[in-house]
Ligand binder design. Structure first.
Ligand SMILES: NC(=O)c1ccc[n+]([C@@H]2O[C@H](COP(=O)([O-])OP(=O)(O)OC[C@H]3O[C@@H](n4cnc5c(N)ncnc54)[C@H](O)[C@@H]3O)[C@@H](O)[C@H]2O)c1
Length: 332
């Protein structure tokens, strides 16, 4: 175990959105670190209870980050660290449901910050999005000091709003906050579905021997980052003293074309369905994405380790192992 992980031993940690893809992997990592309690708060609006790791240290609370009663109950436990991952996810979902997006990502974030501040937690880590706050026009590689006001979806707006609330609590109340800007996270624990990311969805369609739908030309690139690397960076944000008051890109610093992902998935699954090209979604203006991770490397010691091929294999194995449960709950 890396030295920084020892900080978590015996500590109580809250993970909002802990039943989701990143949250469930974060929970697993914290179990290994022998924390006190890991409280997973999730309303299961976009996750399944079976995805929450089972361990005597894990306490699952089903409820919403917007619900004051639930937050009172959760924060009655003396918490050391808060990882705020709960969110209405993501772009298309926010275009379809902008008010829910604002309620969860705006008001929900404000409420969790308020309780974290009142109970004086040691660190509040906010899950932001590098594909949101930089807009579509920023020069590559994306660096932390550039933030755009010209965003394309309500989700992108409320992810930036969450950061602004974090900055307020840090600057006004002195709440120790760190912001993690994730880039295109993929990994075990993400159940395919209408509003989910491209990799689990490609995998799902490929396992049904269907053509993989590509919205655009397929030449679009993203900085896909494996969830275990994201978890490592997030946990560093929680304990590295110099992280306080800072935002960090957590990415792989590698551009991968969507069409190449499709080929990898079709090859791995033996899918002969190929691909089909669909019109680009109106809000999707980002053609290329690559982050600079220099700051996270220098300040946090963050260094992603997972190669795309290995990460995709792990997603495949997880989907195959959980196929029955996934088939029963995947919503398209
Ligand atoms: N996955 C990515 O590529 C990516 C990229 C950038 C940022 N992020 C951010 O990281 C965080 C985690 O993302 P993820 O990929 O694990 O998504 P996810 O949808 O799997 O996890 C979010 C979790 O929040 C829960 N949730 C939703 N509304 C809630 C509410 N009102 N109260 C309590 N729980 C609620 C959902 O049920 C889900 O389990 C999110 O904040 C997301 O915006 C993710």
């Amino acid at each position: 175990m890396e030295q920084y992980m020892r900080e978590y031993k015996g500590k109580n940690v809250l993970i909002t959105g802990g039943a989701g893809c990143i949250g469930s992997n974060l929970t697993k990592a914290l179990i290994k670190a022998e924390t006190g309690k890991v409280i997973v708060l999730d309303d299961l609006s976009a996750a399944e209870k079976w995805n929450v790791p089972v361990d005597p240290s894990v306490l699952f609370v089903e409820g919403s980050v917007v619900d004051d009663e639930v937050l009172k109950r959760v924060f009655a436990i003396k918490l050391d660290y808060v990882f705020h991952l709960a969110a209405h996810f993501a772009n298309q979902n926010s275009v379809d449901n902008p008010e829910t997006d604002l309620e969860v990502n705006g008001l929900g974030t404000l409420r969790v910050l308020e309780y974290a501040n009142l109970t004086k937690v040691k660190r509040f880590v906010f899950a932001s999005s590098g594909c949101s706050v930089y807009g579509s026009q920023a020069p590559l590689p994306l660096k932390e000091d550039f933030v755009s006001l010209h965003l394309d979806t309500p989700y992108q707006i409320t992810k930036l709003l969450g950061e602004l609330y974090c900055n307020f609590y840090q600057n006004y109340y002195g709440l120790p906050v760190a912001i993690a800007r994730y880039f295109n996270v993929y990994g075990p624990g993400e159940i395919p579905g209408a509003y989910r990311n491209v990799i689990p969805n490609f995998m799902y369609w490929a396992l049904h021997q269907m053509p993989l739908p590509i919205t655009g030309t397929g030449e679009e690139t993203r900085d896909f980052t494996f969830v275990e690397d994201i978890v490592d960076g997030t946990l560093r944000c929680g304990v590295v003293p110099e992280a306080v008051g800072q935002a960090f890109n957590l990415a792989s610093e590698t551009e991968t074309k969507v069409v190449d992902i499709a080929s990898m998935v079709n090859e791995l699954t033996g899918n002969l369905g190929g691909v089909k090209f669909l019109a680009r979604r109106d809000w999707d203006k980002i053609t290329k994405r690559r982050a600079s991770i220099q700051k996270a490397h220098k300040v946090l010691g963050y260094q992603p380790k997972t190669k795309m091929k290995d990460g995709i294999n792990k997603v495949y194995n997880w989907i195959v192992e959980n196929r029955e449960k996934i088939e029963a709950c995947a919503k398209f």
